[in-house]
Design a protein around this ligand. Structure first.
Ligand code: SF4
Ligand code: SF4
Length: 404
């Protein structure tokens, strides 16, 4: 293997002063209790590779792959070490040198689905066929992914998204909505709730039909070229000056990471937009005398930094008691496809989260990321309580003010 030369990545690694503040905050360190599975340890390993003092052995790569890319370490780092850019950059370098890290069939599948997100719905339709279902159990590692697939099938709703949803009353502005790829098939109710709420506040919602996946799955797998291609397409499709709204923070974080004023700076979570731009005198909020707890997805908290917007939106519902969730800064273990690749670590994190949820005694559990919700639901399976998007609860309680 040739040496990896990347001065930009080395400069990021050199920013780390090894203070260790991030270590106890890291979910993989909490589970594995190994310095090499902490942010400080991983940065030291990556620096070693970039300075050509260490070989990227299989063991070293395993420590990097066990990172959930939750970016909690970035949030607490006093030196603003851009850990996400460093680990994704290193994964891209490793993939270039060792293409087998991402088998070609998996890479092709991810790329095809990313460019044709409507295929997710077709795939789930196919999986529903009685002849296909029993076969799935015989596929490799089915124990790890079948519960997630069952949850996807439970949530799947066929839906054809219109290019435009105009408000019924006076128009007060326009926004563009990013649907996501899997989300457009399994988070239909939340997307519809977002559209209805935006319309209620007078916003015309455009849904560009040519939008593609945000590229997060490819980027975290090391396919930086594939992810950059998707970003370029989305930049074109969402060109203009309108806000680009997301309601799956995994996608929103990745689009925001594009970082420039023409695109990344226009990306925001639906809740943050409603908080800032909605005229709340236009609506009435029916009381709900129930207890709710809200799980904060890592991407919303650590990258988009707008998790508090959902807390404040829910607190607008009279009578609703919002209960704090202990360990809310801790990743639930879903982390894109991480729970499929590292099921044991992911399950431990999920089970800790479920215990914290149960301790609250809340009747409703919300999460602003459908992927976290689906993963948590695999442990709540069969129970009456299911994780739902907070916009659904808000939509259920809000109606147009009678004075308007
Ligand atoms: S908190 Fe920042 S500077 Fe300190 S060890 Fe972690 S990454 Fe390095
Ligand atoms: S991104 Fe998350 S899992 Fe990875 S090193 Fe940072 S805190 Fe740990």
């Amino acid at each position: 293997m040739s040496e990896i030369r990347h001065p930009e990545l080395l400069a990021i690694a050199d920013n780390c002063v090894a203070c260790g503040l991030c270590v106890p905050q890291c979910p993989s360190y909490q589970v594995l209790q190994n310095e090499a599975d902490s942010p400080r340890g991983r940065i030291a390993l990556m620096r070693g590779v970039l300075e050509h003092k260490l070989q990227p052995t299989a063991r070293l790569q395993q420590h990097l792959d066990q990172c959930l890319t939750c970016r909690q370490c970035e949030k607490v780092c006093p030196n603003q070490v851009a850990y996400g850019r460093l680990v994704d950059g290193m994964r891209a370098e490793l993939l270039q040198q060792q293409p087998a890290r991402l088998p070609w069939l998996k890479r092709l599948g991810l790329q095809r689905l990313a460019h044709r997100p409507q295929w997710w719905g077709r795939l789930l339709k196919l999986v529903r066929l009685p002849l296909v279902r029993p076969l799935l159990r015989h596929l490799p590692a089915s124990q790890a992914w079948l519960p997630t697939l069952r949850e996807m099938m439970r949530r799947y709703q066929p839906q054809r998204w219109q290019p435009c949803y105009p408000p019924s009353g006076e128009e007060r502005g326009e926004v563009m909505l990013f649907l996501g790829c899997l989300a457009r098939a399994v988070d239909v109710a939340a997307i519809n709730a977002a559209i209805q709420l935006l319309n209620l506040f007078g916003f015309r919602v455009w849904v560009p039909q040519q939008q593609v996946c945000c590229g997060a799955l490819l980027k975290h797998a090391g396919d930086a070229v594939g992810a950059a291609g998707l970003l370029a397409t989305n930049r074109n499709v969402f060109a203009g000056t309108m806000p680009v709204l997301t309601l799956a923070s995994g996608c929103g974080a990745d689009l925001q990471d594009a970082g420039d004023a023409s695109f990344g700076a226009r990306v925001m979570e639906v809740a943050a937009f409603l908080e800032r731009h909605a005229d709340w005198r236009l609506v009435e909020c029916a009381p709900l005398a129930e207890r709710v707890t809200l799980h904060d997805p890592c991407t919303l908290r650590n990258v988009m930094r707008s998790e508090q917007a959902y807390h404040r939106l829910l607190q607008r519902i009279p009578g609703l008691q919002l209960l704090p969730l202990a360990g809310n800064q801790q990743c639930c273990g879903a982390a894109g496809t991480y729970h499929l690749q590292h099921p044991q670590i992911a399950r431990q994190l999920r089970d800790d989260k479920i215990s914290a949820i149960n301790t609250t005694g809340a009747e409703h559990v919300c999460s602003a990321n459908f992927a976290c919700g689906m993963w948590l639901n695999t442990a709540l399976d069969g129970a009456e309580r299911q994780v739902q998007h907070p916009l659904l609860l808000l939509q259920q309680q809000i109606r147009k003010a009678s004075s308007c």
